[in-house]
Design a protein around this ligand. Structure first.
Ligand code: HEM
Length: 502
């Protein structure tokens, strides 16, 4: 019996050993990809490639890619080749190459690394995931949602949520408790985007554990199983499609489908129209004859706005409050601007008043420089592409990436990059930097469709805070840690802020 067990164990170990050896040989073979090109390479280590282990607690893909940028830049390279696991990636360093990839030669690089399956996983078929004509059609359809006039009509709705936000902070002041701003900002932005995109009162400022927060967080949570499915579907999209693979969690899509369906029913039944994104999306889908398809399209489009906008906006607001709390002189200078502009507007924060707050723009620009919510950009090369001014042709299918964090922390463009200094964004200072060295919303046809809406939310919230409170960082905060698992570049540790009513 013992000898049988032993021989089974030996067979398993031998098979495992052979498997690992085979993987090692395949990886080693793949690690020669860049050898045929005239390009500097950051040497890979089996099995992680050039970025190092994802289990390293002090590093993340965000900082690892910024380190790759630094490495090539230090070696005076315009570009570089790396490996992520066993895939070769092209890294653009020179801003002219970055500009060509994003703008001039966009047609070669319009595709994100994303999987979609219109039939079996309709929630995966969105502006974020599609490419080519399908993406163009969606982009054309959704662009009119974000005109300045539309934003102005939604402004009162945004201010209602900001009044509640201020009131909530006031409650903490009365109780003499610090505010954990990451969570509170997350709740307020959930409420704003929820009411604008889904047409519902999420009420998460009152009930932070409500389903909207729960399912909102689940949109970005990748369990090991979801991660495996996502990785497989990106690697083999056609096979995944023919297998009918569903990556978007079903309970999350059911939740959003049901909510949006109920709101749409209510609006149609009572003949009510609101000034929000959901209403505009309902108008866009008017011509669709199939009622089920129409309803699914409405739910998918409104959910994608909710998902694309919520994390980036709430983390930008948190980052700005954190930096202003750490830099009292900048906070005071900004408060002076807010107060003096509001004096000309009868003390009321209006859309027009916000436009006049120039220093506020600079503070937000600098926040997004230090903390770009999207810190790395990945694009799949659609056809062989010759990189102008070099001997390199990026082959079809190879992924090109740009470390936005790396560029934003490059001392050539931003001396003392760790220092928070809004003066970097005066018109004169901006004009001294080459194009495509500031990319929080990226540039080109596939930039953030809701740039103005995102900025408006952050500006409005900061103006409300500065009008009503002075604040500093509570010592409980310690040195903030960035989230190494999140797709967005954001704090993982809590940020406690002491507010004082003015
Ligand atoms: C400060 C807040 C925001 C920042 C920093 C930000 C940043 C970005 C960036 C960098 C991209 C390009 C990502 C890539 O190509 O991989 C992007 C795309 C996008 N963003 Fe934003 N965003 C913000 C707010 C919002 C909001 C509030 C919404 C929706 C209401 C939104 C909707 C979208 C959509 C739909 C896309 C995809 C556009 C396309 O593929 O054509 N964003 N955003």
């Amino acid at each position: 019996m013992e000898s049988i067990l032993l021989s089974v164990l030996m067979t398993i170990l031998a098979t495992l050993g052979m498997g690992i050896l085979l993987i090692y040989i395949i990886f080693k073979q793949r690690y020669t990809y860049w050898d045929d090109f005239d390009i500097a390479v950051k040497r890979p280590q089996f099995p992680y490639g050039s970025l190092g282990s994802p289990f390293n607690k002090t590093s993340s893909a965000h900082t690892a890619m910024a380190d790759v940028y630094k490495y090539f830049k230090k070696n005076k390279q315009k570009q570089g080749g790396i490996y992520v696991y066993c895939s070769p990636l092209y890294v653009a360093i020179d801003p002219v190459i970055v500009k060509n990839i994003l703008i001039k030669d966009f047609n070669y690089f319009s595709e994100r690394l994303a999987y979609y399956n219109k039939k079996s996983d309709p929630f995966s078929f969105t502006i974020l995931t599609t490419s080519g004509q399908e993406w163009k059609d969606m982009r054309t359809k959704l662009t009119p949602l974000f005109t300045i006039n539309k934003l102005k009509t939604m402004f009162p709705l945004l201010q209602i949520h900001n009044d509640r936000f201020v009131k909530k902070i006031d409650d903490y002041v009365k109780r003499m408790e610090p505010v954990e701003i990451k969570n509170l900002a997350g709740c307020m932005i959930t409420d704003i985007i929820g009411s604008c995109s889904l047409g519902v009162e999420c009420n998460s400022l009152e009930y932070p554990n409500c389903n909207f927060r729960k399912f909102g967080k689940r949109l970005f949570h990748f369990s090991l199983f979801r991660l495996l499915k996502a990785t497989f579907s990106r690697g083999f999209p056609n096979l995944a499609r023919s297998l009918g693979l569903v990556v978007f969690p079903r309970d999350v899509s059911h939740f959003f489908m049901k909510i949006v369906d109920e709101v749409v029913d209510y609006r149609i039944k009572n003949n009510i129209k609101y000034n929000d994104f959901l209403q505009s999306i309902m108008e866009l889908e008017k011509s669709e004859k199939d009622e089920r398809v129409k309803r699914t399209n409405i739910a998918v489009q409104s959910t994608v706005l909710f998902s694309a906008g919520f994390d980036s906006t709430s983390s930008t607001l948190t980052d700005a409050v954190y930096e202003l709390g750490c830099n009292p002189e900048i906070q005071e200078k900004l408060r002076k601007e807010v107060t003096s502009v509001l004096e000309r507007h009868n003390g009321v924060i209006t859309y027009e008043a916000l436009i006049e707050m120039e220093y506020l723009n600079r503070v937000i620009d600098e926040t997004l420089r230090k903390y770009p919510a999207v810190s790395i950009l990945f694009r799949k090369c659609a056809q062989d592409y010759h990189v102008e001014g070099t001997n390199i042709t990026i082959e079809k299918g190879v992924i090109a990436c740009i470390s936005i964090l790396g560029i934003h922390m490059d001392p050539e463009y931003y001396p003392n990059p760790e220092v928070f200094d809004p003066e970097r964004f005066t018109e004169i200072n901006k004009s001294k930097r080459p194009p495509c060295t500031y990319l929080p919303f990226i540039e080109g046809p596939r930039n953030c469709i809701a740039l103005k809406f995102g900025l408006l939310q952050v500006k409005l919230a900061l103006a409300n805070i500065l009008k009503n409170f002075k604040f500093s960082i509570n010592s409980k905060t310690g040195i903030p840690v960035m989230d190494s698992k999140a797709f967005t570049y954001r704090f993982s540790s809590d940020i406690y802020v002491d507010f004082e009513k003015i």
